[in-house]
Write a protein that binds this ligand. Structure first.
Ligand code: ATP
Length: 239
C-alpha cells in the first residue's frame, strides 16, 4: 500500500535521512521506533509532502507520490496527524473537523458523506462532541491532540500517518489513544505510527522498524522486535 524506497531527506545541506526503506502493507499497522532526532518525524513529513525528499521514491497504491504537494497527496487518501497540536485555534472544533475533509471535497477521490464521517469522529472522541462549538485554541492540550487526530480521520484516509499521538497526554488519555488506534485498525485503516511509548506501539503494530541516525538499523514483526534483547535494552526500558 505505502512503499518508501531509499528515501533521502535534508534540511538545507544537512542530510538527516540517508536512504531508508519502509513497507506498510494494506490494513496493517507499522511502527517506527527510534531515539530523539533519529529522523522519524522527518520521514512522516517527507511521505505526506510537507518536505521534499532529496532522493528515493514513495509510492501509494503503486502511484509515485514522491515530491508531490501535500494537498495533492491528501487527495490520494493519505492523512497525516502531525507531531504537536496543529489545530486552527480561532476556529471551532467542528470547523476544524470540516477542514479535514476539504481536500477530498475539492477534487477528492469521492465526496462521501461528510456528516456521517463527522458523526463517526464524534463517536470515537465523545469529548470533541461535547466541545464542538468551542474554539480549538481554548481546548486542553490533550483535547487538541484528539482534534488533530479527528481532523486527519475526516479525510476518510486509506493510510494514516500518526506522529506521536500520545505526546503530552495524561496516562488515561494515552490509553484512550491506543484504544482508538486499535479501533481504527479494526476498521481497516492502514497506519504508520511513531510513538514515544515503543512497547505500547509494538503491542498494537504488526511490524516495526528501528531507526538510528537517519537509517533503519533493524526491522521485523512486532512480536519479534518486542523480544529482541537489543531493542528491549535501547527502547523498551528493560534489559
Ligand atoms: P523526536 O523523537 O525527538 O521527535 P525524530 O526521530 O522525529 O525525533 P526528526 O524530528 O525527524 O527526529 O529530526 C531528525 C533530525 O533533523 C534532527 O537532528 C533534527 O535536529 C533535524 N531537524 C528536524 N527538523 C529540522 C528543521 N526544520 N531544520 C533543521 N533541522 C531539522
Amino acid at each position: 500500500m505505502l512503499q518508501i524506497k531509499n528515501l533521502h531527506a535534508a534540511y538545507g545541506k544537512v542530510e538527516v535521512l540517508h536512504g531508508i526503506s519502509i513497507d506498510v502493507p494494506q490494513g496493517k499497522v507499522v511502527t517506527l521506533i527510534g531515539s530523539n532526532g533519529a529522523g522519524k518525524t522527518t520521514t512522516m513529513r517527507a511521505v505526506s509532502g510537507m518536505i521534499k525528499p532529496a532522493g528515493g521514491e514513495i509510492r501509494l497504491n503503486g502511484k509515485n507520490i514522491t515530491g508531490m504537494a501535500s494537498h495533492k497527496i491528501a487527495r490520494t487518501g493519505l492523512a497525516h496527524s502531525p507531531e504537536g497540536r496543529r489545530v486552527f485555534s480561532t476556529l471551532s472544533v467542528t470547523d476544524n473537523l470540516f477542514l479535514g475533509a476539504f481536500p477530498r471535497l475539492t477534487f477528492g477521490r469521492e465526496r462521501g458523506n461528510v456528516q456521517g464521517d463527522l458523526d463517526r469522529v464524534f463517536d470515537l472522541f465523545p469529548r470533541l462532541q461535547e466541545r464542538r462549538e468551542q474554539l480549538a485554541g481554548t481546548l486542553s492540550g490533550g483535547e487538541q491532540q484528539m482534534l488533530a487526530m479527528g481532523r486527519a480521520l475526516m479525510l476518510n484516509p486509506e493510510v494514516l500517518l500518526l506522529d506521536e499521538p500520545s505526546m503530552g497526554l495524561a496516562p488515561l488519555l494515552v490509553k484512550e489513544v491506543f484504544r482508538i488506534i486499535r479501533e481504527l485498525k479494526s476498521r481497516g485503516i492502514t497506519m504508520l505510527l511513531v510513538e514515544q511509548f515503543a512497547a505500547a506501539a509494538l503491542n498494537v503494530a504488526d511490524y516495526g522498524y528501528v531507526m538510528e541516525n537517519g537509517r533503519i538499523s533493524c526491522h521485523g514483526p512486532a512480536e519479534q522486535l518486542k523480544n529482541d534483547p537489543a531493542v528491549k535494552a535501547a527502547y523498551l526500558g528493560a534489559a
